[in-house]
Design a protein around this ligand. Structure first.
Ligand SMILES: *Cc1c(COP(=O)(O)O)cnc(C)c1O
Length: 228
C-alpha cells in the first residue's frame, strides 16, 4: 500500500458529489458524505478530520468501539454500517450516533433498551435487501412497513431512513435501477413516518448513480482511504 493522500482524495470525492448534484439539478450540499474508515488506522481518520470530514462509518463492532474511544477528542459523528450480531448491540448502542444496518426488530429492540437514555436517540436506517443484492443482510421490501411501525414505538431510537448495498455493477443503468427502487420504497414509507429524511445509498463505484436517484448520504471508503 503506497502513501495515501486523504486530503486530496476527499477533495476529489467532494468534487464528484458536487458534479452529481448539479447533474441531477439538486441543491449543492444536499448529499452528505460518510467516510467509511473500516480497517483503516486512526491516523488516516485524523487526516480526514483535518480535511474537514466529520462523519465516519465503521463495519465491525469491536473496531468501531475502539476507534470511537481512541478518537474521542475529535467529536466525530459515528455511523455503524456493518452486519449486526445481537451480542454486539450494547457497544454499538452507546458508541455510535447512527446505525444504518438494522434489518430486524430484535436488533432494534436491543439497541433501544441498551442506549443510555441520557444520550440523544440513536439514529436508525433500515437496511433493505433488493434482488441481486451482494449482501445477505437486509429486510425485504414487504417487511418494511411493519418494521418501521415497531421501531416507532422504541423510545431511544429515531427512524431516519433506508439503506441498501447493491451487487457491484459497472453498468450505470443497472445501478440506477436498484437505487430507484430504494427511493420508491423510501417515498412510500415516509408518508406514515415523517422523521424519515435519509436515503443511504451509493459507494465509491456508484455514487453518481445514487445521487441521480435521490441519495442524501453516500458511503465512500476506497476512494478516500485507498483499497482495503
Ligand atoms: C465498505 C462499505 C462501503 C464503502 O465501500 P467502498 O466501495 O470502499 O467505497 C459502503 N457501505 C458499506 C455498507 C460498506 O460495507
Amino acid at each position: 500500500m503506497g502513501t495515501i493522500n486523504v486530503a486530496a482524495n476527499l477533495h476529489h470525492v467532494r468534487g464528484r458529489i458536487a458534479a452529481a448534484e448539479r447533474g441531477a439539478n439538486r441543491p449543492p450540499g444536499s448529499v452528505q458524505l460518510l467516510a467509511v474508515s473500516k480497517t483503516k488506522p486512526a491516523t488516516l481518520i485524523r487526516d480526514a478530520w483535518a480535511g474537514g470530514q466529520r462523519a465516519f462509518g465503521e463495519n465491525y463492532a469491536q473496531e468501531a468501539e475502539l476507534k470511537a474511544r481512541e478518537l474521542a477528542d475529535l467529536g466525530i459523528e459515528w455511523h455503524f454500517i456493518g452486519p449486526i450480531q445481537s451480542n454486539k448491540t450494547r457497544s454499538l448502542a452507546n458508541a455510535m450516533d447512527w446505525v444504518h444496518s438494522v434489518d430486524r426488530y430484535k436488533i432494534a429492540r436491543r439497541l433501544s433498551e441498551q442506549r443510555d437514555p441520557s444520550l440523544p436517540p440513536l439514529n436508525i436506517c433500515l437496511q433493505v435487501k433488493l434482488s441481486d443484492e451482494a449482501s445477505k443482510s437486509g429486510a425485504t421490501p414487504q417487511q418494511l412497513e411493519a418494521l418501521a411501525g415497531q421501531l416507532a414505538a422504541l423510545p431511544n431510537l429515531c427512524l431516519r431512513g433506508l439503506m441498501t448495498i447493491p451487487a457491484a455493477s459497472t453498468d450505470q443503468v443497472k445501478q440506477r435501477e436498484v437505487f430507484a427502487r430504494l427511493r420508491a420504497l423510501f417515498d412510500g414509507l415516509k408518508k406514515g413516518h415523517p422523521t424519515l429524511d435519509t436515503l443511504s445509498m451509493g459507494m465509491s463505484g456508484d455514487l453518481e448513480a445514487a445521487v441521480a436517484e435521490g441519495a442524501t448520504l453516500v458511503r465512500v471508503g476506497t476512494d478516500i482511504f485507498g483499497p482495503r
